[in-house]
Design a protein around this ligand. Sequence first.
Ligand SMILES: [Zn+2]
Length: 120
Amino acid sequence: MNVLDHPITVVRSGLRWRLVGAVSRAFVPGRVAVTIARRVYAYRWPLPPGVMEHECVHVRQFERERYLMWIRYVRSFLAGWIRTRSRQRAYAENPYEVEACERADQIAAASRVVEVDDRS
Ligand SMILES: [Zn+2]
């Protein structure tokens, strides 16, 4: 299933937005966005450059693995937290976050190439 087959919703207010923010930021303070399935919960608007690309990779991960992704994500985070004793390192070293960072950079780089081509 292609991620573009379904819309991605950005949520910027509401009870669910507050709950998701409170829980996720308790584990990783300072997060500006959290993606659950196809919803991106944004805690700063507009999002900083590259964040939407990063969150779109998480949507793709969800499309690829469905709900198993959440189990694997949490398992990786907890294992990393125990191993490193650091929530920030556990977050940064989580394979899902590593993939999202790498692919977001690729998307951003590709976007820059398109932008340059449009000007010529
Ligand atoms: Zn992420």
